[in-house]
Ligand binder design. Structure first.
Ligand code: SD4
Length: 327
């Protein structure tokens, strides 16, 4: 086959794939009478304050990318949020190590993992996305990059988190690395007035984790995924389960096939439940938003909630779940 013919075949294949994608992504629009935009949604109750900061950007016709970055910086800087940024629970040796990632409407993404002593890992992740040819920086390299970019070095272990870590160390419970109570990552998704989606996810990870452990939150596809033709998803809970199933990518692909955000999150949780024997010991919650501004969530255990802000106001909604009463 000649090079010209090969080029022609490749081009026609690409254009038929593109039209198939465009057709499938129309399903959400076909279902929705009106696009609900702008809208921002995020995990857990601390999402209420984070959404407010994101809304300040969105209501001025700002970009979803700026909204999610500004939004999740709120819990990152709040020492009372014990699972994200400053005041986050440390690992089993008392070191606070942070994971974060961000993704925009053009499939650009940036991520940091095992980052120490920097208050806003989400902004470092954005710098990785915008200032380097890479997607992910980890550990000492990520910190060096952050310092070079002008981020300040700061001790993130608050007295309260240190006391909780010491109590855990003396409790003889060291084998129990993760339970369903001790993690509350913030994952945030937004659709702006231009109809573009972005997402951000940031966490101190599982409390008292093994040193060096990285969860799903900085892993594109596991803890966050955005496809501007279809929708976006983020996750919270026991990261290993999302990593084994590439959960957020799965949620977005299910929406591509026509599932609503709610149905897609439920199917992804069911995938975990049918594949992973020990799923019932853990919490996993998925949160999704599509191009029409429809949103939904689903989790394994009762107790997961998420915050929504749009032109109708703000809400805190309990996630439907697999194992709770009435599920
Ligand atoms: C992790 N998924 O490191 C994170 C923890 C979390 O809600 O989500 N907490 O596994």
């Amino acid at each position: 086959m000649t090079a010209t013919r090969r080029g022609f075949l490749k081009l026609s294949l690409l254009s038929s794939i593109a039209s198939a994608f465009a057709a499938s992504s129309k399903t959400a629009f076909a279902r929705a009478e009106k696009i609900n935009k702008p809208v921002v949604i995020s995990t857990w109750e601390h999402g209420l304050a984070a959404n407010k900061a994101a809304w300040d950007v969105l209501k001025k016709n700002g970009r979803a990318l700026d909204a999610v970055e500004q939004g999740v910086r709120v819990p990152e800087a709040d020492p009372l949020v014990r699972t994200v940024g400053l005041g986050g629970y440390p690992d089993s040796e008392g070191n606070v190590t942070l994971d974060a990632c961000i993704m925009d409407e053009n499939m650009n993404c940036g991520s940091v993992a095992y980052l120490q002593d920097i208050l806003h890992p989400i902004s470092v992740a954005r710098k990785v996305m915008e200032e380097t040819p890479h997607v992910m920086l980890v550990g000492a390299g990520a910190k060096k990059f952050a310092l070079e970019q002008g981020f300040a070095q700061q001790n993130l272990l608050t007295e309260q988190s240190k006391q909780d870590w010491l109590a855990w160390r003396h409790s003889g419970q060291q084998k129990k690395q993760i339970n369903i109570e001790n993690h509350d990552t913030i994952g945030m998704l937004a659709l702006d007035t231009s109809g573009n989606l972005s997402g951000a996810c940031t966490t101190s990870g599982a409390a008292f984790k093994l040193p060096g452990r990285v969860g799903d939150s900085p892993i594109i596809g596991a803890g966050l995924y955005v496809d501007n033709e279809v929708g976006a998803a983020t996750a919270t809970g026991m990261g290993e389960l999302m990593m084994k199933t590439v959960g957020c990518h799965l949620v977005v692909e299910l929406m591509r096939q026509g599932a609503s955000p709610q149905e897609a999150c439920q199917k992804a949780v069911e995938r975990i439940a049918t594949r992973l024997d020990n799923f019932a010991e853990f919490q996993v919650g998925f949160l999704a938003l599509n191009k029409a501004g429809e949103y939904g969530a689903y989790c394994i255990q009762p107790g997961f909630n998420y915050a929504v802000k749009d032109s109708r106001g703000e809400q805190l909604i309990d996630g439907k779940n697999l194992l709770g009463e009435g599920a």
